[in-house]
Design a protein around this ligand. Structure first.
Ligand code: NAD
Ligand code: IPM
Length: 354
């Protein structure tokens, strides 16, 4: 019997609700696997933990995460809980940096035409929306956010830093992924204006030369916001800077039904953390209406990443169950215009596991 040790970080707001739903799916999938068990250890991290004990990310939690085989996270942060300098507590960014989870993988897939605000997508005659945003997770515009600054200045700055190592490794991961898909990789940058972005483009071009079988494009971030609305079906894998990826991934989620449909993985060379792209959605927390699909799909990414034949089989079972359930427009949660609650859609997904 192989045991996989999973750290579970439910977090704040709807985080615990969507994580509980995903753990029910995990337990149901586990009964269909041979010789594999999951041991889950819950860790308290987030704004709630700060309010209780004064630290949103205790060192003991980081130490425990480092021992685990993988990490599943709900969502963290509350708009009312802030540091004295005015910014929110964002332990999820701290974790990415501490575990060097530089490769932010954010798949975007449309399961039914009724989920998209765009006309002519999905369905029998519609065009599929199926692409992946690779977000550089450990530098870019977030890189110097923790640098202490003198108090009382009448200006504040943030630095957008791109290193060769940072750009090279994330571009390489994007190309490797493109190779397993439709072999197309698009760089999204602002190389017309920012020297840091011209540097990112130079590194992208160098890495591209290692992957002659992958077609490339270079699109400015402002144009990409337009193209994602006009022709999202034309993209396969795109790679971009931290902040650009943060913004584009919400826009992209909007194309396929909203944040409740957008899973993600934060990957490094040693550790893997999996979480929905969404936040804590405080206005719907505790109402039993949060859409758990993004977290359930993140769980499938986790199982795939564990890279054991049985966990990979579990990942496929979950993905297929989600596709079957979400492919039926009768199965819609409130965010998709339906009436199913968190529990009801989770039960349908569990029933669809084969
Ligand atoms: N990775 C994370 O943990 C993460 C990501 C984004 C925001 N946040 C934090 O979450 C808090 C709220 O941020 P926000 O409102 O900008 O973003 P949000 O993602 O929480 O919510 C944006 C919109 O999407 C809806 N939504 C999100 N997830 C949903 C789900 N599963 N089902 C149905 N509807 C869903 C919300 O109700 C809201 O209308 C803030 O404190 C923010 O810092 C955390
Ligand atoms: C809430 C915030 C810290 C986080 C980020 O900026 O990375 C979120 O927007 C995300 O996309 O995971």
């Amino acid at each position: 019997m192989i045991k996989f040790d999973i750290s579970i970080l439910p977090g704040d707001g709807i985080g615990p609700e969507v994580v509980a739903a995903s753990l029910d799916v995990l337990r149901a999938a586990e009964t269909r696997l041979r010789g594999v068990r999951f041991e889950c250890t819950e860790l308290s991290v987030g704004a709630g933990e700060y309010l209780k004990n004064g630290d949103p990310l205790p060192g003991s939690a980081i130490a425990r995460m480092k021992q685990a085989d993988a990490i599943l996270l709900g969502a963290m942060g509350l708009p009312s809980v802030r540091w004295p300098n005015g910014v929110e507590m964002t332990p999820q960014i701290d974790i990415r940096e501490k575990l060097d989870l530089y490769n932010g993988v954010r798949p975007i897939k449309l399961y039914h035409e009724s989920h998209s605000p765009l006309k002519g997508y999905g369905g029998v005659n519609g065009k599929p929306i199926d692409f992946v945003i690779i977000r550089e997770n450990c530098e870019g515009l977030f890189s110097e956010r923790l640098t202490p600054r003198p108090a009382g200045r009448d200006f504040e700055t943030d630095t957008l830093k791109i290193t060769r190592r940072g750009a090279e490794r994330v571009c390489r991961e994007a190309f490797k992924l493109a190779r397993t898909r439709r072999k197309h990789c698009t760089l999204v940058d602002k190389a017309n204006v920012l020297p840091s972005m011209a540097f990112f483009r130079k590194v992208f071009d160098e890495v591209a030369a290692e992957f002659p079988d992958v077609q490339t494009d270079r699109v400015y971030i402002d144009a990409m916001a337009l193209f994602l609305v006009q022709r999202p079906h034309t993209f396969d894998v795109m790679v971009t800077e931290n902040m650009f990826g943060d913004i584009l991934s919400d826009l992209a989620a909007g194309l396929v039904g909203g944040m409740g449909m957008a899973p993600s993985a934060d990957l490094g060379d040693e550790y893997g953390l999996f979480q929905p792209s969404h936040g804590t959605a405080p206005t719907i927390a505790g109402k039993g209406i949060a859409n758990p699909v993004a977290t359930i799909l993140s769980l499938a990414m986790l199982l795939d990443w564990l890279d054991h034949p049985e966990t990979k089989r579990a990942a496929r079972l979950i993905e297929q169950a989600v596709a079957r359930v979400c492919g039926d427009p009768a199965n819609r949660t409130a965010d998709l215009g339906g009436s199913l609650g968190t529990r009801a859609i989770t039960e349908k997904i569990i029933a669809a596991l084969e």
